[in-house]
Design a protein around this ligand. Structure first.
Ligand SMILES: [Zn+2]
Length: 448
């Protein structure tokens, strides 16, 4: 049905798109950007008003005009969904054409919805397939989907994309782990897609029942949803625990569950949404686009160029990334490569030094096995400015040695490597570990 007969020896899922050179990609993006802007102009009062206010004429739009389009923010989407339920003023199709709705938790308690037409869902399948192929998934791969299957876009979208490739899907979800481990032992398994937090949770769950995670047979694992697989020490922990190769990948519910993935070279996550999405990196303070050259660090902005239901133009997603490489990779793919550093909202500033929780996690994990790698950064209030010392809870390991020495060494390492003063408080193993949630909360704000 969905299986399209790709040969396992093929190097790419979609060779044409994944290896486009700069000039050909630019032309394709120009054509599709013009289509997309025309699409929203005709169907979305929300965008028609924004584009008119910015003096944009969709008919003559060029690829070079992208930076002239106004940004769209999460706050605007939240507001327009309240004013124009259910999907908002950026929705471009009647609700009868929506084949699926996903919902994020939303910070104010009211969920943010994302809808998709049949064509949008087909686009998701295509993009999942490009990314999973880069991670070594092939027709016949036994793929364990260890992601929640509910409102979150990830679970069902990965199941569909993997099935589309001809993989054998084990839709395990994030509950009934005892049954899951039994099924995996019965069927065998080659690959797992999950989040770093949940992969570590499954490993602990298995170990507590006398099962070595490495004995389950997973040879490769895709992890996304939060930084982790891209943090060297966290990746090492995951690879050692599971005895497999870990691939970092990343997406967003507003565009597709996965848009970037590492290839076998693992030199950053490739952009694989060619012809579907245009990514930009901007300076978060000034909003100016940055040249995506190696080393450039900024906030990701996405523009949909082939979306029917809820297309977003220059959407500020809030992820901060560093460009790792451009040009053709040894794997043959041409999409530029990034590493996710963290969320704009999670960054804090200590006496002029920008600190990302993922960098703190890297330092804490480098003390394994004296630490478990689990930590929680306690910030006193809202806003990025934080007075030192920064209060950080760290789980010590089962054999930490002298606790006072460990505490002092952690504080010294944070000061030397990340240039801020911390006050580390050691807590017993198991105190902070997420109990089966998909993502861990590294930062807690608002007092102790
Ligand atoms: Zn590559």
């Amino acid at each position: 049905m969905a299986f399209v007969g790709k040969a396992s020896t093929d190097r790419f899922w979609n060779e044409h798109m994944e290896t486009l050179d700069g000039e050909a990609l630019w032309q394709l993006e120009e054509e599709r950007l013009r289509w997309q802007v025309q699409w929203v102009w005709e169907r979305s009062p929300f965008y028609r008003q924004k584009l008119s206010a910015a003096g944009i004429d969709p008919a003559g739009l060029r690829r070079a005009d992208l930076a002239r389009l106004p940004f769209t923010t999460k706050e605007e989407i939240r507001r327009t969904q309240e004013e124009h339920p259910p999907l908002g003023g950026h929705s471009c199709v009647p609700f009868s054409q929506v084949v699926r709705v996903h919902a994020s938790s939303g910070t104010t308690g009211r969920p943010t919805l994302v809808g998709a037409t049949a064509n949008d869902v087909a686009m998701w399948r295509e993009l999942v397939a490009r990314c999973m192929w880069a991670q070594g998934v092939r027709p016949g791969t036994r793929a364990w989907v260890a992601l929640s299957m509910g409102w979150w876009i990830a679970g069902i979208s990965f199941c569909e994309g993997l099935q589309h490739m001809g993989a054998t899907v084990l839709p395990a979800g994030n509950t009934e782990l005892t049954r899951t481990l039994a099924v995996v032992a019965q069927t065998g398994v080659d690959y797992m897609i999950s989040t770093p937090s949940f992969a570590l949770y499954i490993a602990r769950f298995a170990q507590e029942r006398g099962i070595d995670p490495a004995s389950l047979g997973v040879r490769h694992m895709g992890l996304g949803g939060e930084p982790g697989a891209g943090i060297p020490e966290v990746r090492r922990l995951l690879e050692e625990t599971w005895g497999c190769k870990v691939y970092d990948c990343m997406g967003t519910a507003d565009f597709c569950t996965v848009i970037w993935s590492e290839c076998e070279v693992q030199a950053g996550m490739h952009f694989l949404g060619q012809g579907l999405i245009i990514p930009e990196v901007i300076d978060p303070a000034s909003g100016k686009p940055l040249d995506p050259a190696p080393g450039a660090t900024g906030e990701l902005v996405y523009t949909a160029i082939q979306r029917e239901c809820v297309p977003l133009l220059r959407f500020r997603i809030g992820d901060v990334v560093r460009v790792e490489g451009t040009g053709r990779c040894d794997c043959g793919r041409t999409g530029w490569r990034i590493r996710c550093i963290g969320r704009v909202d999670d960054m804090f500033i200590v006496q002029g030094v920008n600190v990302y929780p993922s960098a703190v996690a890297d330092v804490v994990s480098s003390f394994r096995p004296r630490t478990t790698g689990e930590l929680q950064i306690r910030l006193p209030g809202q806003g990025p400015q934080v007075e030192p010392p920064v209060h950080i809870l760290v789980e010590h390991g089962q054999t930490p040695g002298d606790l006072e020495t460990l505490r002092q060494e952690l504080e010294a390492a944070l000061r030397e490597r990340l240039l801020f003063r911390a006050q580390v408080e050691l807590v017993p193993p198991g105190t902070l570990a997420a109990q089966g949630s998909m993502k861990r909360q590294l930062v807690v704000r608002g007092g102790r």
